[in-house]
Design a protein around this ligand. Structure first.
Ligand code: HEC
Length: 155
């Protein structure tokens, strides 16, 4: 007889805590929660699509589409580039380090000015580059029913 009672009071307690959550928009405090999940996932997809765009135009010529650094230009310029498809290659660098190199450049690495990539776009580039070391993540949400985003690649 005790169990249903405990359960009932748990429900009541939960109800009270849930309804007394402070702040006008509880979703903002927990972005990955329920209804917020889909939107933030979509925003992340969009940011990564943009990062891919910038990367293809500004970065791939040296670092390669897959980030392995095996490009003709790298050979011509005698650059020693890390192979980012190996996750160990960037393990010693923090996201802030990567951000700084992209923004400010370093030695033969040209800086990416604000006019070509805003701060949040550079942050997306950092994520994009890090993901090159995660060989095709099996749990990629891209396997879900395709969203009507860009038309089939035309480039
Ligand atoms: C002209 C060739 C060139 C282009 C274009 C270029 N990079 Fe680099 N990048 C380099 C070189 C060379 C280094 C190594 C610099 C050093 O010695 O620290 C480097 C280093 C980096 C690093 C530091 C980690 C590492 O592997 O050493 C990051 C992150 C990076 N580049 C990102 C980018 C991004 C993002 C873009 C496009 C916005 C870009 N690069 C465009 C040549 C290039």
């Amino acid at each position: 007889m005790l169990k249903p009672l405990l359960f009932a009071s748990a429900v009541v307690l939960f109800g009270i805590t849930a309804s007394s959550t402070p702040g006008p928009t509880p979703q903002d405090a927990t972005p990955a929660h329920a209804s917020g999940q889909k939107n933030s996932a979509r925003a992340a997809d969009k940011a990564q699509a943009r990062a891919k765009e910038i990367y293809s135009v500004d970065c791939a010529i040296c670092h390669g589409e897959t980030g392995d650094g095996k490009t003709n230009l790298a050979t011509d310029m005698q650059l020693t580039l890390k192979d980012w498809s190996d996750p160990k290659s960037l393990a010693a660098m923090s996201d802030a380090d990567l951000f700084k190199v992209i923004r400010a450049g370093n030695d033969k690495m040209p800086p990416e000015p604000d006019g070509r990539a805003k701060d949040d776009e550079v942050k997306s580039l950092v994520i994009y580059i890090r993901n090159m070391g995660k060989q095709q993540p099996a749990a990629a949400p891209a396997a879900a029913p395709a969203e009507p985003t860009a038309p089939p690649a035309s480039n």
